[in-house]
Design a binder for this molecule. Structure first.
Ligand SMILES: [Zn+2]
Length: 116
């Protein structure tokens, strides 16, 4: 018959194992643009919300030229717009806004539905 002390020690170990496997730290905040301010077609940070709970804000993307609420009503529509834009050379809508170190693939990898 195990002693009272052994039983208490055993239950303390069980409790700490349960806590360790169920309580996980929150993941670090993603530094990528939030979906609300990133272009749904190309991932460019628009600097203002493209969508909110009231609907689209009709923001035209400086990068790909997609307009929120027009070219990104569905994920499929946004992907189709992106595909056409990339197939046509990923030309900037406003070339003056293009950063010198701009990397198309790094930007596309921030989109949740394209992967890296
Ligand atoms: Zn865009």
């Amino acid at each position: 018959m195990p002693s009272h002390r052994t039983l208490r020690l055993f239950s303390a170990i069980v409790v700490s194992l349960v806590v360790a496997t169920t309580v996980r730290p929150r993941p670090e905040r993603d530094l990528a643009p939030t979906p609300d301010t990133a272009c749904r077609a190309c991932g460019w940070e628009l600097g203002e919300p493209a969508w909110s709970c009231t609907g689209p804000h009709f923001v035209v993307c400086d990068c790909c030229g997609a307009e929120s609420g027009v070219d990104d009503l569905t994920p499929t529509q946004a992907r189709d717009y992106r595909r056409r834009w990339v197939e046509n050379g990923a030309v900037w809508f406003d070339p003056e806004r293009r950063p010198e170190s701009w990397d198309l693939y790094a930007q596309l990898s921030t989109l949740p539905d394209t992967g890296a």
